[in-house]
Ligand binder design. Structure first.
Ligand code: NAI
Length: 337
């Protein structure tokens, strides 16, 4: 069953793909905006919505879209969407299951190498002072270090392959161990507790959900191997921000490379946080902790940028267009169960 003239809303964060989307869906009624708020008045007609991780699809917005049938998110994760309410309303969610397992894995190592070899401090020193002094810029080898990978899905396995290339000793934790890959690539599964207590470096690649909320938290941060480095390119909510602050303060955590932060949506728009109707002491505390982390000399923070390569963007857009077209043709692809 092919349907014409569907009402499609495409919320974009990047100008570049706008014309491509306009052309692709020229047979349909397309509404394009930079935020859901901007097109609020047109939401009641929307049948298909395409968003990115920075666009929060809350219950309030879902209630404004009684005709909505599909949310095509241009991402693997979908925790920016109220999936429970969407399901209750019979709205399907289509994701981009894979577009850059290598892309995000490469970025995890970009963060790790920046920390291990003090790349940022070295660059800053040379560019700001012109000094080629090496004092204070000594790093450490990755070779022979024990790296603990949380989540051995598509990205985690790529991180493991790269780690093996560096001669690292790899251990992993996953709810569903992939023993076949473990013996093929050469790594072992351990319990979560063991991973925390014995890894020199921890890299997180599990999805964010109710079960993984604050996987690393105030009670277990005290059990890490002192001097551990934590890399998070998954989702901010997997690590309790204040626990990380405590771990750094106590000298247990030597450094962190974070592409994702809790409440990252509020960073850069703190005014919005203050203007929100809801009690927001928790969000305020997290936002303050995020600022502490941003200013911390042993923490590298990037703006949820791990996915951001030309190749990955092209694959994301192609899959999303395909997800929308297949849905319109009555054969939904990549939808959540
Ligand atoms: P995947 O679904 O292939 O792998 C996730 C793995 O985590 C699976 O093996 C699963 O069994 C495991 N897992 C689930 N719950 C767990 C738990 N409680 N404890 C331990 N392991 C658990 O996902 P993929 O493609 O590897 O992506 C991982 C995450 O990376 C995504 O959920 C997404 O949030 C994040 N991501 C971040 C990006 C960025 O730009 N920073 C870009 C793409 C993904």
């Amino acid at each position: 069953m092919i349907q014409n003239n569907m009402n499609i809303a495409y919320i974009y964060s990047e100008e570049k793909w706008r014309d491509h989307i306009k052309e692709t869906f020229s047979d349909h009624n397309l509404t394009i905006g930079t935020s859901l708020e901007e097109i609020k008045d047109q939401l009641s007609e929307v049948e298909i919505l395409s968003v990115f991780v920075s666009h929060q699809v809350t219950k309030e917005y879902l209630d404004l879209m009684p005709n909505l049938k599909l949310i095509a998110t241009r991402s693997t994760g979908y925790d920016h969407i109220d999936a429970v309410t969407a399901k209750e309303k019979g709205i399907q969610i289509a994701t981009v299951p894979s577009y850059g397992e290598n892309t995000v894995a490469e970025f995890a190592f970009a963060l790790l190498l920046t920390l291990s070899r003090r790349v940022y401090e070295s660059y800053k020193q040379v560019s700001e002072t012109g000094s080629f002094e090496k004092d204070g810029l000594r790093g450490f080898d990755l070779f022979d270090k024990k790296i603990g990978i949380i989540g051995t899905g598509k990205i985690g396995l790529n991180v493991i392959k790269i780690a093996k290339g560096f001669g690292m000793d790899v251990q992993a934790y996953d709810l569903f161990p992939n023993e076949e890959e473990a013996s093929k690539i050469g790594f072992s599964y351990v319990s979560f507790e063991e991973l925390l207590s014995s890894s020199d470096i921890i890299s997180i690649h599990a999805p964010y959900n109710e079960d993984t909320h604050h996987l690393i938290n105030k009670s277990n941060i005290t059990t890490v191997k002192p001097g551990v480095y934590i890399i998070n390119t998954a989702r901010g909510g997997l690590v309790e921000t204040t626990a990380l602050v405590n771990g750094l303060d106590a000298g247990l955590v030597a450094g962190a490379g974070l592409d994702v932060l809790e409440e990252e949506g509020y960073l850069g728009d703190e005014l919005q946080l203050l203007e929100d109707d809801h009690p927001n002491a928790k969000e305020l505390k997290i936002t303050l902790s995020n600022h502490y982390l941003i200013d911390h000399p042993r923490v590298i923070i990037t703006p949820h940028n791990a996915f951001n390569t030309e190749g990955a963007m092209r694959r994301i857009i192609d899959t999303t267009v395909n997800n929308i077209k297949s849905f319109i043709n009555g054969q939904p692809l990549n939808t959540l169960k």
